[in-house]
Design a protein around this ligand. Structure first.
Ligand code: NAP
Length: 292
């Protein structure tokens, strides 16, 4: 398949590399041209704008940051819509508000472009291994056409429902992971401050009902004090904000998410925004008068 890819950061770079490995023809664009280098070296074709990426492609994927970025690469003057061929399918795999995804889908449809929201879970590790969970909203027809591309990047690929449904699933995912990272940090900090080896506590918990992938993977990185992103804290703050804004629109009570969102706000306020979201452990330590 001829695929255009925009946004070559922590996630986008390995995802685009997996499309190449899957035998697809990939053209790329990044606003900083040096971001394109690893892809060009692997055989991708570089282009000068998002519109140029769209020109040759059957499918264009964006993996940027937030809704204004998706709007910009899809709908701005030199964006995907401006360069699209008839029948183009555009897929945004960033995490943005469901309402924003629906709005972008409507505006793309006005230009004859079928738009899917297809956010992912699985982190940098899953992006490199090609084992991402991909949750998709939009038409079944576009989903079916885009499926070969999804299969090169992920393993658990679910068409969740109409436009925006993929982002609803992702927001639900971020409730579980956002709260999960915080609770694992709390448990390990509790163990350490109780004078017990947190590594032994983690090991004991892994065999029981407290087991989670977050305890296993993120818990180990907390013990290693490896705060290199991964998933930047400001991105998780963005995602908890998506959850809280959606809850506001729906008149929903999400007490645990609300408290967790405050912690991610505090991380950014404390200058931890560029560190991995597991640096929430550092924030807890500061608040508890301990190690930092
Ligand atoms: P990242 O490393 O910051 O990469 C984002 C890339 O998008 C950067 O290369 C950035 O370009 C580019 N970009 C952002 N805004 C743009 C714009 N307006 N125009 C053109 N390019 C733009 O972030 P990431 O960790 O890959 O995350 C990307 C998305 O995936 C986010 O929505 C995030 O929430 C989601 N996500 C991340 C993870 C994870 O573990 N990291 C997991 C699941 C989902 P510059 O380099 O020029 O800034």
């Amino acid at each position: 398949m001829k695929i255009g890819f925009i946004g070559l950061g922590i996630m986008g770079r390995p995802m685009a590399l997996n499309l190449l490995r899957g035998g697809h023809q990939v053209s790329v664009w990044a606003r900083r041209s040096e971001s394109m280098q690893p892809l060009l070296a692997a055989g991708a074709q570089g282009t000068a704008s998002a519109a140029d990426v769209a020109g040759e492609a059957e499918l264009v994927i964006s993996m940027v940051a937030d809704a204004p970025d998706v709007e910009q690469v899809m709908l701005a003057e030199n964006g995907v819509a401006a360069g699209a061929r008839r029948g183009l399918i555009a897929v945004d795999m960033s995490t943005i508000r469901p309402a924003a995804a629906r709005d972008i889908a409507r505006r793309m449809a006005e230009q004859g472009i079928d738009f899917l929201d297809a956010p992912v879970s699985g982190g940098e590790v899953g992006a490199i291994a090609g084992t991402l969970s991909i949750m998709v909203g939009g038409s079944v027809e576009a989903f079916t056409k885009a499926r070969p591309a999804f299969e090169a990047m992920g393993r658990n690929i679910v068409h969740v429902g109409d436009s925006g449904a993929g982002q609803v699933a992702k927001a639900a995912n971020q409730i579980v992971t956002g709260v999960g990272v915080l609770t694992v940090a709390e448990a390990l900090n509790f163990a350490a401050r109780s004078g017990v080896d947190p590594a032994r506590v983690r090991e004991a918990l892994l065999g029981g009902f407290a087991y989670s992938k977050i305890l296993e993977n993120h818990g180990q990185r907390m013990l290693d004090r490896n705060f290199k992103p991964g998933f930047k804290s400001w991105m998780h703050q963005k995602d908890m904000n998506i959850v809280m804004q959606s809850a506001h629109e729906l008149g929903l009570c999400l007490p645990v998410s609300a408290a967790t969102a405050q912690m991610y706000n505090a991380m950014v306020g404390c200058g931890l925004g560029e560190e991995d979201s597991i640096a929430i452990l550092k924030l807890l330590e500061r608040l508890s008068g301990g190690e930092d």
